[in-house]
Design a protein. Structure first.
Length: 122
C-alpha cells in the first residue's frame, strides 16, 4: 500500500494549456543533460592534454586557459588529511534560520527558496 502524499492538500494550478511546453521542457532538459555530459568529457580530455601547463594552444594561438585560481578543494584536503586538517577549523558564526523564522515568519516567507522539478513524466 503506497504512503499518502504529504503534499496532497497543497495549492495547485492546472496547466493543460501548456502541455506542449511541459513536454518540450522534458525533452530540452534531457538534451541539456546529454550535451552537458558530452561537454564535460571533451573538457576532461582537453584538461588532460594540457596537464600541468597553464594554457593550451592551437596553431600557436592560446585557446584554452587552465591556470590556478584562489580556490581549493577543501573537502578533499579534509578527506585525504583528516589529522592535519582538524587543526585548521575555525568557529564561524552561523545564521540560525529556524530562530529567525520563529520570530519573523512573514519576512522569512519572502526569502524561502522554491524548487522547480518534474514530478512525473506524461
Amino acid at each position: 500500500m503506497p504512503l499518502p502524499d504529504k503534499h496532497e492538500d497543497e495549492p495547485v494550478a492546472e496547466i493543460d494549456a501548456l502541455k506542449e511546453k511541459y513536454l518540450l521542457l522534458l525533452h530540452a532538459e534531457d538534451s541539456a543533460k546529454r550535451w552537458k555530459e558530452y561537454a564535460d568529457s571533451l573538457k576532461k580530455e582537453l584538461m588532460e592534454a594540457i596537464g600541468n601547463n597553464y594554457a593550451g594552444t592551437i596553431d600557436g594561438t592560446k585557446v584554452i586557459g587552465y591556470r590556478p585560481i584562489e580556490r581549493w578543494a577543501t573537502a578533499r584536503i579534509m578527506n585525504d588529511y583528516p589529522d592535519l586538517a582538524r587543526h585548521y577549523f575555525t568557529d564561524q558564526p552561523q545564521f540560525d534560520i529556524e530562530k529567525f523564522r520563529a520570530q519573523h515568519p512573514e519576512i522569512a516567507a519572502k526569502y524561502q527558496s522554491r524548487q522547480f522539478r518534474i514530478l512525473e513524466e506524461l
